[in-house]
Design a protein around this ligand. Structure first.
Ligand code: OSB
Ligand code: MG
Length: 366
């Protein structure tokens, strides 16, 4: 399979509602898409880097620059996904940029071979249970309305974004309103310090599935200390950028659960390695999200179908994010999304919709 070139495309997608986390508020998603062109098939990869480096050090403009300057030029004309990964390895970091290119190469290969992402990755089921990540709101009543809407839509698990000043009260209110059977977890996006341990232990009263990334990204040792002070299991997101990080976190006792985001760890091959490692150590994993369009969502849903993904993911329906997705929308059915079965990602952008949201395109010949 000869790669003739790579297109970098920037799109802007308005969100259906502002999404507030401890690191900022998003009202639109600025997405970098990568399209790999071969004579037989094209492949798509969605870069999950956000517009600004607030969740992690990567950001969309920086990812585009890493791709055009280093990663795409390093790609051998006859690469498969493994070869693409090896060719990019000498360049440190930029995992979200690498993930997008590797995914596009993999998609092109799988489409040419007629194999789906799910089949390639080792999916063990044909649909996955879906959770939803609920942003920080202006008031508790507003939050309860939002959660009620998601429960009504069938989401099987609710994740509340928290930060200092928005933690115990919203969690208590959601528990009181929706009862003890609701699968409930929280995500702090690194907003606390170890000295907040006593305060965070107040969340132990609410039977949460987990607390995600309470402390700073590089605080594995502190997370291990915190784990001893909380009954609520700790799940790591930002801290885990590779299988090596996951191995270190597990051996330190820094987490009992891992949020696997393929973009954060450099791609679906590394995501699968983390899945395999965690499964071997009895550590549960679930598939995180980065407000993906249908392209990134398709691959995430396939990954979430692997046997070690034993907790519902942030694999929400398209409508949770976008009024109009760039692919045919993912729609929840009984709280689940179907794993696409077509070749590659199994979905393609709708050309007219893609054109409408496109801000720029750039062609890099190989
Ligand atoms: O921390 O999981 C996170 C969105 C953007 C950046 C970081 C995170 C999130 C979410 C939403 O929580 C996940 C989703 O629904 O895609
Ligand atoms: Mg998170």
């Amino acid at each position: 399979m000869e790669i003739t070139g790579v297109e970098l495309r920037r799109i802007t997608m308005p969100l259906v509602a502002p999404f507030r986390t401890s690191f900022g508020t998003e009202t639109a998603r600025d997405v970098l898409l990568v399209r790999v062109v071969t004579p037989g098939a094209e492949g798509w990869g969605e870069c999950v880097a956000m517009a600004e480096p607030r969740y992690s050090s990567e950001y969309a403009d920086g990812a585009a620059q890493a791709l055009r300057r280093f990663l795409v030029p390093a790609l051998p004309r006859h690469a498969d996904a493994h070869a693409a990964g090896r060719a990019m390895e000498p360049f440190k970091g930029h995992r979200m940029a690498k993930a997008a290119l590797e995914t596009a190469v993999l998609d092109a290969r799988l489409r040419a071979a007629g194999e789906s992402f799910g089949s390639f990755l080792g999916a063990a089921r044909d649909r996955v249970p879906c959770g939803v990540s609920v942003g920080i709101m202006n008031s508790v009543p507003e939050l309860l309305d939002a959660v009620a809407g998601y429960v009504e839509e069938g989401y099987v698990r609710i994740k509340l974004k928290i930060e200092p000043g928005w933690d115990v009260a919203p969690v208590r209110a959601v528990r009181e309103r929706f009862g003890d059977d609701l699968l409930l977890q929280v995500d702090a996006n690194a907003a606390y310090r170890l000295s907040d341990a006593h305060h965070l232990a107040r969340l132990d009263a609410f039977g949460l599935l987990l607390i995600e990334q309470p402390l700073a990204d590089d605080d594995l040792v502190q997370h291990a200390r915190l784990a001893k002070l909380l009954r609520t299991p700790i799940c790591l997101d930002e801290s885990i950028e590779s299988a090596a990080h996951a191995a270190a976190a597990i051996s330190l006792g820094a987490c009992a659960i891992v949020n696997v985001k393929p973009g954060r760890v450099g791609g679906y091959l590394e995501a699968r390695r983390i899945h395999d490692l965690c499964r071997a150590h009895g550590v549960a994993v679930w598939c995180g999200g980065m407000l993906e369009t249908g392209l990134g969502r398709a691959a995430n849903v396939a990954l979430a179908a692997l046997p070690g993904f034993t907790l519902p993911g942030d694999t929400s329906g398209s409508g949770r994010y976008y009024a109009t997705d760039i692919t045919p929308p993912f729609v929840l059915d009984g709280g689940h999304l179907p794993v696409p079965t077509g070749p590659g990602l199994g979905v393609e952008p709708v050309p007219e919709i893609l054109d409408e949201v496109t801000v720029s395109t750039e062609w890099i010949a190989l």
